[in-house]
Design a protein. Structure first.
Length: 223
């Protein structure tokens, strides 16, 4: 899309890839292909040709649930539900209820060395929305209704947390309608059913909530 949100180029996929997050670096688009545990690299100058890929599992089925990414210099930060991958990840009976050691991670991948450099944070329950701002990593731990800055909890939502943006001292946090309510109520004393965006002042710790007439928010972009 252009700056007026008009479509200027599109590409039909030959197979279902369950696309999630996207990041742009120079003339390349890095698009998460959750279905195949991959990040496809697409050439923005050549009709969105798929020119390369980064794979986190050799399986062609979703076992990692890779979902969001952010690029800083040659470093790619990626959030995923499971690493190393587990079978049957997307069965709620498999990964959601009563897990004492969640397996989600935020990892760092070197685009120059073409390898995972390190696991930045682990034991996360369904991480999403990783970003880098002023030398710190921000991300959602969606299953815990949390936003974290590095290791620090800096915001607690009242529902499933996904979608994140930071500008100066203001943080924008998306909240989707929560699923599996009986399971969540075993851990949380209050769940807000509304979908919307929290506008949070990091300095004063004061927030407002904007209701969005939808069921889910996947990402937030401040323009």
């Amino acid at each position: 899309m252009d700056e007026n949100l008009k479509v200027i180029k599109n590409k039909a996929l030959s197979t279902e890839l369950d696309l999630h997050g996207i990041a742009i670096d120079n003339d390349k688009a890095y698009i998460i292909e959750t279905k195949t545990n991959s990040i496809g690299v697409y050439n923005l100058e050549n009709n969105l040709e798929r020119m390369d890929e980064i794979r986190f599992s050799s399986e062609n089925d979703d076992v990692c649930h890779v979902n969001d990414l952010y690029i800083v210099n040659d470093k790619l930060y990626v959030s995923m539900f499971s690493n190393p991958p587990r079978k049957n990840l997307l069965s709620f009976t498999s990964y959601f209820p009563n897990k004492t050691i969640p397996k989600g991670v935020i990892l760092e991948y070197s685009l120059q060395e073409r390898k995972v450099v390190k696991i930045c944070y682990d034991k996360l329950l369904q991480p999403h929305s990783v970003l880098h701002y002023v030398d710190k990593i921000y991300y959602c731990v969606s299953g815990e209704f949390l936003v974290k800055r590095n290791e620090e909890d800096i915001f607690k939502c009242l529902g499933y947390t996904r979608g994140l943006a930071v500008r100066n001292q203001t943080m924008f946090i998306g909240q989707s309608e929560s699923r599996q309510i009986p399971v969540l109520l075993k851990k949380h004393t209050n769940i807000l059913l509304d979908c919307g965006i929290y506008v949070h002042d990091i300095s004063t710790k004061l927030s407002s909530f904007i209701h969005i007439p939808s069921e889910e928010i996947y990402g937030i972009l401040v323009v």
